[in-house]
Design a protein around this ligand. Structure first.
Ligand code: RIB
Length: 312
């Protein structure tokens, strides 16, 4: 069984659905409000577990009701919670989310709370799990110094690393050198390439991606929304189209994609098969509302892939 350690965030998602987003200063009517488990790290952990991986989550939640709900969710999903810390001083992270029903697009505010206190020591406590993992998967809703430490530890043990650089922030060359697979979206790619480069916005994904690559064996998988995803290495650049589905809520689609990629690579699949698994997981996740709640099972993903293959 593929073993994945996710170092990342948990937020309680407070999601309002509306016909269209309010503009600054405007009040609009919502049609529905849902509270559910989210956070990029936890969403990726839940999706990877539903795809059949053995998952350990390294994160922090508060000693509050939302923290209890996080642990209950992970336990239901069969995720190892030995390395989850209950922070005595900070509240569990929350994320008010607006979803526009006419487009299925979203806007999110994250109030990270306990996630902000995840420390290198917390990561060290997961050393045994990291050392025996196939893949370490991280995002940027916990301190960058902690992510850096986790990547270092993983590389010291020869573990494949995936960094989903979301939400985007600039990253040091020394951190980027520890990442085997970097998975930005287009906006994140622009930010990582550098704000000072005013021409960056007009350049191709391949060109920008190559500028970011920190070493020969590194791979960038840039998610491009409707166009799919582009894999960029020093020697190759390939666009892998996504599957077309009827989207109801795109929140968490990137998390589903990253989990699919991590599971595919952890299972030893070639990169194109891993990206196909990632695309299928992402596609199915947008057909249901919510974030963690919308993550598909492996059986659902396999059935979807079989029917996509039949349709050519
Ligand atoms: O990627 C979606 C996630 O981003 C949401 O679950 C929200 O908590 C924010 O972290």
């Amino acid at each position: 069984m593929a073993k994945i350690v996710v170092v990342g965030s948990f937020n309680m998602d407070l999601t309002s659905y509306m016909e269209r987003m309010p503009r600054p200063g405007e009040t609009v009517h919502g049609s529905r409000f849902v509270t559910g488990p989210g956070g990029k790290g936890s969403n990726q952990a839940v999706a990877a577990a539903r795809l059949g991986a053995q998952v350990t989550f390294v994160g922090r939640v508060g000693q509050d009701t939302f923290g209890d709900m996080a642990l209950a969710q992970w336990q239901r999903e069969g995720i190892n919670t030995r390395c989850v810390v209950r922070d005595p001083d900070r509240a569990t992270g929350v994320a008010p989310i607006f979803v526009e029903e006419s487009t299925a697009e979203n806007a999110i505010v994250v109030v990270l709370g306990a996630n902000n206190a995840l420390s290198p020591d917390d990561v060290d406590a997961a050393q045994a799990e990291i050392a025996s993992a196939d893949v370490l998967l991280a995002q940027l809703e916990v301190p960058v110094a902690t992510v850096h430490h986790a990547l270092e530890l993983a590389k010291r043990h020869g573990v494949l690393t995936i960094l989903n650089p979301a939400p985007a922030t600039s990253l040091s060359e020394s951190l980027l050198r520890l990442v085997d697979y970097l998975t930005p979206n287009e906006t994140e790619l622009d930010l990582l390439v550098g704000d000072s480069d005013t021409a960056a916005a007009d350049q191709s994904i391949e060109f920008k991606g190559r500028r970011l690559l920190a070493f020969d064996g590194q791979t960038l998988v840039v998610t491009l929304g409707a166009q799919g995803a582009q894999r960029v290495t020093r020697n190759d650049s390939t666009l892998i189209p996504r599957f077309d589905v009827e989207a109801v809520d795109t929140t968490g689609a990137g998390d589903a994609f990253n989990a699919g990629l991590a599971v595919g690579l952890a299972e030893g699949k070639p990169w194109d098969q891993a990206v196909r698994l990632a695309h299928a997981t992402g596609a199915l996740s947008v057909t249901k509302p919510g974030t963690a709640a919308s993550m598909p099972t492996r059986a659902e993903v396999e059935a979807f892939l079989r029917s996509a293959t039949r349709q050519g």
